[in-house]
Design a protein around this ligand. Structure first.
Ligand SMILES: Cc1cc2nc3c(=O)[nH]c(=O)nc-3n(C[C@H](O)[C@H](O)[C@H](O)COP(=O)(O)OP(=O)(O)OC[C@H]3O[C@@H](n4cnc5c(N)ncnc54)[C@H](O)[C@@H]3O)c2cc1C
Length: 162
């Protein structure tokens, strides 16, 4: 009988890991994924072209619904895991969904750091990490006005890729 593999997070790392796993050991695991984001796996690196309007979310999807279905993967979207019980070998999401595991992968990526200056929590102060951030930036841009970018790293300065 297949072992139960539970993955917390559905970003770039577990997406690639699963491709490799299904290639090397098809049928070894029954896979369940919990994703805090309400969507499938997409190419985060291509968010800048989505922001610039050169691409859409659909263009940057890596694994669509059919990919999960064909491999028997259960994907819980919008399900943020808030509890891991290592003795019972279960994980539970904020929405109450629980799954038991034989093996657990925690692939929750990183959280963007916003400098703790006064006003850092005002509406309109955003990080740039996922599709929701892109949607928020586009919404705010509809109102025009000035935008200030704090941080001069690659994503702040980069011209969107084609
Ligand atoms: C705009 C942009 C451009 C980038 N361009 C490049 C590039 O050109 N080259 C490069 O090498 N890297 C680039 N990066 C960085 C790259 O995207 C990350 O290094 C990579 O996505 C990390 O993959 P990951 O799977 O570890 O985490 P992520 O892709 O961040 O995925 C983590 C996932 O876990 C979910 N999650 C978090 N907590 C929980 C929880 N408690 N329960 C359930 N789910 C949870 C999150 O919602 C998220 O979907 C870019 C990043 C951004 C934002």
């Amino acid at each position: 009988m297949a072992q139960k593999l539970v993955i917390i997070g559905n970003g770039m790392a577990p997406g690639r890991m699963l491709e490799e796993l299904f290639d090397r050991a098809p049928g070894l695991y029954e896979v369940t994924i919990f994703n805090a984001e309400p969507r499938v796996n997409y190419d985060r690196i291509m968010l800048s072209p989505v922001l610039s309007g050169e691409k859409t979310y659909e263009d940057i999807i890596i694994h669509g619904d059919d990919w999960y279905e064909a491999r028997g993967v259960t994907l819980h979207r919008g399900a943020k895991v808030s509890k891991i019980d290592r003795e019972a070998k279960t994980v539970t999401a904020e929405n109450g969904i629980t799954a038991s595991y034989d093996r657990l992968v925690i692939a929750t990526g990183s959280s963007p750091f916003i400098i703790p200056v006064p006003g850092h929590d005002l509406p309109g102060v955003l990080a740039y990490r996922d599709l929701d951030d892109v949607d928020r930036m586009l919404k705010i841009a509809e109102g025009q006005g000035h935008a200030v970018v704090i941080g001069g790293g690659l994503w702040a300065l980069k011209r969107p890729m084609g």
